[in-house]
Design a protein around this ligand. Sequence first.
Ligand code: AP5
Length: 217
Amino acid sequence: MSVRLILVGPPGVGKGTQSQLIETRTGAHPLASGVIFRAEIDAETDLGQLAKSYIDRGELVPNGVTIQMMLKRLRSDEVRRKGFILDGFPRTVRQAEALDEELEKEEIHLDVVVSLEVDEEIVVHRLSGRIGCTRCGEIYHRFNKPPKREGFCDKCNSPLLVREDDNPDTIRERLRVFWENTKPVVDHYESKRLALHVDASKDPEDVYRQIMEHLGR
Ligand code: AP5
């Protein structure tokens, strides 16, 4: 049976890492707002240009364009068939309400909203060592998960890069924005009895197990 879930948590907590594990093992379709914005930036679209001006400062891209972009993808046949892993969306209560409306209208049932939780010093350590593949998006860490060949992806052999928003000033702003705008999203789903609080300080396999046990898999 397909999985339909949301991953919420501060920058660097491991949303992308879990999304890749869940996709590989359940076949659910990943929908990561940050990844989609970065693809728009690389393709030099108008949306990419707009998104870049916010992402570079660690601020949120405005709700209107973000909601439109994500709901459009959620409506695809592939996502309907395979299920979905929403990563980084919704990130404001306004986005959560728009998503709720859409799911209700389409009669799509959400399995769980996973709140990944760790101490702030751990996310700063994770972000300051992160490197990612420029082609397939595989995520590495200089110490926790180094690639076999330094600077290159194990999967597709493409170069690995540090994300532009992974610098100390922008990380600090992204964390501030999370507590102000995104923590209320967890409270929103808590009130709907959909939130699952997961200890994300454990290794990725352990975090994955906590999520799957909740889903009875
Ligand atoms: P986005 O791309 O979503 O970034 P983020 O939320 O800041 O999260 P990250 O991708 O930085 O971290 P992650 O939690 O996925 O961690 P990862 O798995 O990589 O958004 C970027 C920007 O886009 C935002 O700032 C905003 O401007 C804009 N944006 C996006 N969505 C938006 C929205 N809905 N509305 C408005 N604006 C939006 O892991 C991090 C590192 O830790 C890796 O190196 C990994 O190997 C390591 N690691 C992961 N898990 C573990 C573990 N369990 N143990 C040890 N190491 C681990």
